[in-house]
Design a protein around this ligand. Structure first.
Ligand code: TPP
Ligand code: MG
Length: 354
């Protein structure tokens, strides 16, 4: 099997990212943070590029929604929260466990439907969970996790624990009715939840403009007087700052925040999307702002790393991804009887009678 990967990296480092990196004489974060961001985002990107290839080779089935292009959101978010905080998201969820530190081999094994996967091979691409790292999935029902996210925050508030829940959903999910009921209750009860729209401009092939006369999603918080902001999702720093502020608000007991984070997915909605609804120019516009190239330029222009050192990091990450594939392919499938296990957590669940 070939290990060469198609790259979503622009051929030459785009001018825009160079300019952004050089302009900042004093960077807002330390060398270590930018180095971590580089490794993390490169891992998300390479892992997903390989997922795309493996899916086409029919190594695993089901759905496969790639996060490529949106990595700066998770890089910025993970730097702004505590390990005890919670995350919940939709089906575009392979990168979330990776940024939280789940070993890529368990994520890959889940994609392969193997028993060693994060959901014991019974969830697949859309249902990544990691209890230890407080990742509450991976949900396929568009918008379903909006209510669940508020529920997790409710539980934390009820137990007087100072965790914050990051509830991610798409621009399409933002149009679901559940958002309004949840926003109302979350504001009434001042729940420690951050509603994060990963606004990649499209819900499958439907643009934000085609969905509503209100295209500024930040305004969805207005009827509930929910503090809201629009954030540049191609900038890990901007995402970090917005989430840090929102997390502090939640922990202070001042309730939820809505963040409309502007991003872009370089690939189609899923693997079977001909992408007729958008232009190459639009894609190029965002690739010019590629967050991995931006962070690479920061590290090199600040003299924190040489280009060669970053190439060495890329090599390590690629090897890690290949190891994950190897692990997944060597792992067994679950047994048939396992279908009936892990369905309910509580043995004497009071609402289910034999
Ligand atoms: C309740 C429900 N309706 C429709 C679908 C089919 N569907 C799957 S993904 C999707 C688009 C959602 O887009 P968005 O929320 O913007 O997220 P993105 O895929 O862009 O990350 C739709 C309509 C679904 N899974 N669930
Ligand atoms: Mg979308």
């Amino acid at each position: 099997m070939s290990t060469s990967t198609p790259t979503t990296r622009p051929k030459s480092a785009p001018k825009a990212t160079k300019k952004r990196a050089k302009k900042a004489a004093q960077m807002p974060h330390s060398k270590e943070v930018y180095q971590r961001w580089f490794r993390e985002m490169y891992l998300m990107r390479k892992f997903e590029e390989r997922c795309g290839q493996l899916y086409i080779q029919q190594k695993f089935g089901g759905f496969c929604h790639l996060y490529i292009g949106q990595e700066a959101i998770l890089a910025g978010a993970s730097e702004a929260i505590r390990p005890t905080d919670r995350m919940i998201t939709a089906y575009r969820d392979h990168a979330h466990p990776l940024v939280l530190g789940t070993d890529p081999k368990y994520v890959m094994a889940e994609l392969y439907g193997r028993r060693t996967g994060t959901s014991k091979g019974k969830g697949g691409s859309m249902h990544m969970f990691d209890k230890e790292r407080n990742l509450f999935g991976g949900h396929g029902i568009v918008g379903g996790q909006i209510g669940l996210g508020a529920g997790i925050a409710f539980a934390d508030k009820y137990r007087k624990e100072d965790h914050v829940t990051l509830c991610f959903f798409g621009d399409g999910a933002a149009r679901q009715g559940i958002l309004h009921e949840t926003f109302n209750m979350a504001m009434t009860w001042k729940l420690p939840v951050i509603f994060i729209v990963e606004n990649n401009k499209y819900a499958m092939g439907t643009s934000v403009e085609r969905t509503s006369n209100v295209t500024d999603l930040e305004l969805l918080g207005a009827s509930y007087k929910m503090p809201s902001a629009t954030v540049d999702g191609m900038s890990p720093e901007a995402v970090h700052d917005a989430i840090k502020e929102a997390a502090e608000r939640g922990r202070r007991g001042d309730g939820p925040t809505l963040l409309d984070i502007q991003t872009y997915r370089y690939k189609g909605h899923s693997m079977s999307d001909p992408q007729k609804y958008r232009t190459k120019d639009e894609l190029n516009e965002y690739q010019e702002k590629d967050p991995i190239e931006y962070v690479r330029n920061v590290l090199v222009s600040q003299g924190w790393n040489t280009a060669e050192e970053l190439k060495a990091v890329e090599k390590e990450v690629k090897a890690q991804v290949e190891e994950a594939i190897e692990f997944a392919e060597q792992s067994p499938y679950p047994e048939a009887h396992e279908l009936y296990e892990d369905v309910y957590m509580t043995p004497n669940y009071p609402y289910v009678k034999d």
